[in-house]
Design a protein around this ligand. Structure first.
Ligand code: SAM
Length: 269
């Protein structure tokens, strides 16, 4: 049984599949610039973000890993190739899952890399099934972050590790900032943006132990400027005014002093 908001998110990604694939070159998440002033393309920064998450996961051959909200599978392909782990990816977008399974085939990884449709709100796996779980920028879509944290904790084996990369907020929002975040959420079918200080509580409530919570807001902030020009691809579909509005909504978020991004690592006792 899928949550109705999860169905909506799946339909959104089905629709924007080609567009987001081109925009983000299949790493459908914010970029990570180790030196925010040092330049570097969005594609490189997207790979660097995937690298940050893989490093925190500490997966190896013999491990089974669950990728929650797997996009078109590019990060999972890299994870499977670099670590030798068996990887399962789940997602609510049929079009993305189709691309992801073709990618696994094309890479010759289909024996240990499989993608399937499932809602993170109700993961169709037994308790204690996975050595590692990651959610690379899928949490902001979730209808109930606490429930998904509980599900990820449930399917993790004792001693297993969870890594989350998520857009977060710092401090309080005035009305103007709240409107910017709301617009961004509407444009991206994000359900909510969590305050960074709430994450340790969510981890604890799910029965996990926090290992590390790293604030990478400045390393990811250039995503706004790097992605904005790609909205020009929508010119035929939504016209000049539409493109300008979409860019403004997108960059507005990254210009906020409250903008943030966090990398979190936790373990199941
Ligand atoms: C921003 S994209 C990140 C994709 C991928 N992790 C990557 O980094 O390339 C968010 C992904 O989360 C998936 N997603 C959103 N809500 C979900 C849910 N309830 N259950 C499973 N996947 C979900 C979306 O379909 C999409 O693939």
């Amino acid at each position: 049984m899928f949550d109705s908001y999860s169905v909506k998110v799946g339909e959104y990604y089905d629709q924007v599949n080609d567009l987001t694939r081109t925009m983000f070159e299949d790493n459908i998440h914010f970029g990570y610039w180790a030196d925010p002033l040092g330049g570097g393309s969005l594609a490189e920064a997207g790979e660097a973000m995937t690298g940050q998450v893989i490093a925190r996961l500490e997966a190896s051959a013999g491990h089974t890993v669950l990728d929650v909200g797997c996009g078109v599978g590019k990060p999972a392909v890299r994870l499977a190739r670099e670590t030798g782990a068996v990887v399962k990816g789940v997602n609510v977008s049929r079009n993305q899952i189709e691309v992801a399974n073709s990618l696994a085939q094309a890479e010759g990884l289909q024996d240990r890399l499989v993608f399937e449709i499932a809602d993170a709100m109700n993961l169709p796996y037994a308790d204690d099934s996975f050595d590692r779980v990651w959610a690379l920028e899928s949490m902001f879509h979730m209808p109930d972050r606490g429930q998904v944290m509980g599900e990820m904790a449930r399917v993790l084996k004792p001693g297993g590790r969870l890594v989350i990369a998520d857009l977060v907020l710092h401090g309080t929002l005035d009305d103007t900032a709240a409107a910017v975040v709301e617009q961004f959420c509407f444009q991206s079918t994000a359900r909510s943006v969590e305050h960074i200080e709430n994450y340790p509580r969510l981890v604890e409530k799910a029965g996990l132990e926090l290992i590390d919570l790293t604030d990478v807001s400045e390393e990811t902030r250039s995503t706004g400027e790097a992605v904005a020009p790609t909205f020009d691809m929508l010119l035929d579909a939504i016209g000049e005014e539409g493109v300008a509005a979409a860019k403004k909504t997108w960059t507005g978020l990254f210009d906020l002093p409250q903008y943030g991004y966090a990398l979190l690592t936790a373990r199941k006792p």
